[in-house]
Design a protein around this ligand. Structure first.
Ligand SMILES: [Mn+2]
Length: 484
């Protein structure tokens, strides 16, 4: 990322903003995950502050039927957020026929012209996407972050949209864009603007998930991604570790939460965790990842699920992926009470489903191929969360951390959802899952795309075998080309 890349992105954002400001009314349509919800929330607030009439809607996918439906809109302009780039060829077709005026604000890989072999990205005047300016859409800028650039470009008079930076950070974290050292690239710039505006706090802290809402033993037990012997996935081991500490980890007969601890107690626990991990032979890389930048939303109460970006993004996934994006959007727009109660109920269901999905994988395992691994959940894991499960099991016992993973699940619509996840090292070696999914899906009459490190597809039932064969061929080409 260079300064000129940022200013090119800003110029394109200005172009899109001017187009929006000239529109009589706008329909904002967005994707149904944490990044899609925060994208819509940022765009919605910025457009409202610019006094442009607006309606906000969500869609699980953006295929031919959904685009056809959108031609019926009465709104002058359609703003696609967190999707649209992968469907840009079709969107341009509709636009040229005069069906609607599109603006796309996305960070997924744009579809490539089928006639050419070159990798020139299809472009249109009102297409805002970091990949057009050599900014990585998988790690440096999320859909919400892209919308944040649009929001800044929409400012006029006394309007200051920097308060929306906290939502942009939640979106980036929800799309797994943070690395060991935190957010990078334009995401990092946005986070700093949030700090300057007073809506965000960035501090080095324990990287474990659940510091706000999990009692200490659960916080330690659920640290599976760190793989700490006799603590991770070990309830009695976690309690034993805490009881051996020389600090008060309980109060009035109840376990404390991480956020309730004093600074010196936190430090003591981290020191003991590090000592414990060293004595059990955990790698230095793993141990140093215990501590990372943590993003807190200063407007939210400490000890609530909305205080930390990681937990906030989980709440949003729990609404949108269960058919209630309206609840997640409402929370992003600042509504609490009813919306939050609903979201917490959905979160309990989401957690149960994730645990069941992982349990299923532990029992049944994955099918190991030469250059990838896969599993078929049939209808035992919801199609909207099968990708999250795939990401969580990649690297766990029984899977190979050096091969991409593909997961199938049946959808309510009567076709198959395929989700895939890779690793940064695989991407460095040539893996581009967006391309794998697009080519393999088109091969069997479906559609697919996304990022190099994570992508999805929808394909007809009973085409798994052909699809898997195409994955194998495409992967061989990608990994062969990079090694030659
Ligand atoms: Mn996204």
């Amino acid at each position: 990322m260079t300064d000129s890349a940022i200013s090119q992105l800003q110029n394109r954002a200005d172009q899109c903003a001017n187009y929006l400001l000239d529109s009589k009314s706008v329909l904002c349509i967005s994707h149904i995950d944490a990044d899609g919800l925060t994208s819509a929330a940022i765009a919605t607030q910025a457009i409202q502050r610019a006094n442009i009439p607006l309606e906000t809607a969500f869609s699980k996918r953006l295929g031919e039927p959904e685009l056809k439906q959108l031609t019926k809109t009465d709104h002058e302009t359609i703003l696609f957020t967190d999707f649209g780039s992968g469907q840009i060829e079709k969107i341009i077709e509709y636009s040229e026929k005069g069906n609607f005026n599109p603006i796309i604000c996305d960070h997924h890989q744009p579809s490539i012209a089928p006639s050419s072999n070159s990798h020139t990205l299809i472009d249109l005047d009102f297409h805002l996407n970091p990949l057009l300016f050599e900014i990585d859409g998988a790690s440096e800028l999320s859909g919400a972050g892209t919308c944040y650039f649009l929001a800044r470009a929409l400012e006029s008079g006394s309007v200051d949209n920097r308060d929306l930076a906290s939502l942009a950070v939640v979106g980036a974290i929800g799309d797994m864009q943070a690395r060991d050292k935190g957010l990078i690239g334009p995401n990092k710039i946005i986070a700093q603007e949030g700090v300057d505006k007073g809506v965000l706090d960035i501090k080095l802290d324990l990287a474990f998930y659940g510091k706000q809402t999990r009692p200490l033993p659960k916080l330690l037990e659920y640290s599976s991604e760190f793989g700490i012997p006799s603590i991770s996935n070990n309830p009695s081991g976690s309690i034993r570790f805490l009881k051996n500490l020389d600090i008060d980890v309980r109060e009035n007969g109840k376990w404390k939460f991480w956020v309730d601890l004093s600074h010196s107690d936190k430090k003591a626990i981290v020191n003991e965790l590090v000592k414990h991990a060293i004595s059990r032979g955990l790698s230095i890389d793993k141990i140093s990842s215990f501590i990372s930048p943590v993003y807190e939303l200063t407007q939210e109460l400490s000890g609530t699920a909305l205080r930390e970006a990681t937990e906030f993004s989980t709440i949003l996934n729990a609404t949108a992926r269960y058919g209630r994006p309206d609840v997640g959007l409402s929370i992003c727009l600042g509504n609490r009470n009813k919306s939050l109660t609903r979201a917490k109920n959905l979160l309990a269901v989401h957690r149960k489903n994730l645990a069941e999905g992982i349990g299923l994988l532990n029992r049944e395992g994955v099918v190991m191929e030469e250059n990838f691994q896969w599993f078929h959940a049939q209808d035992k894991i919801r199609d909207t969360i099968v990708g999250i499960v795939a990401g969580m099991v990649l690297g766990m016992d029984g899977t190979d951390p050096n091969k991409p993973i593909f997961a199938f699940a049946k959808t309510e619509e009567g076709d198959l959802k395929v989700s895939s996840r890779g690793t940064p090292i695989l991407v460095k070696n040539g893996l581009n899952l967006s391309e794998v999914m697009r080519i393999s899906a088109e091969h069997v009459g479906g559609e697919g795309g996304g990022h190099d490190i994570a992508a999805g597809a929808t394909i007809p039932l009973q085409t798994e075998k052909l699809f898997l064969e195409q994955i194998k061929t495409t992967l061989e080409l990608q990994l062969y080309n990079s090694s030659s």
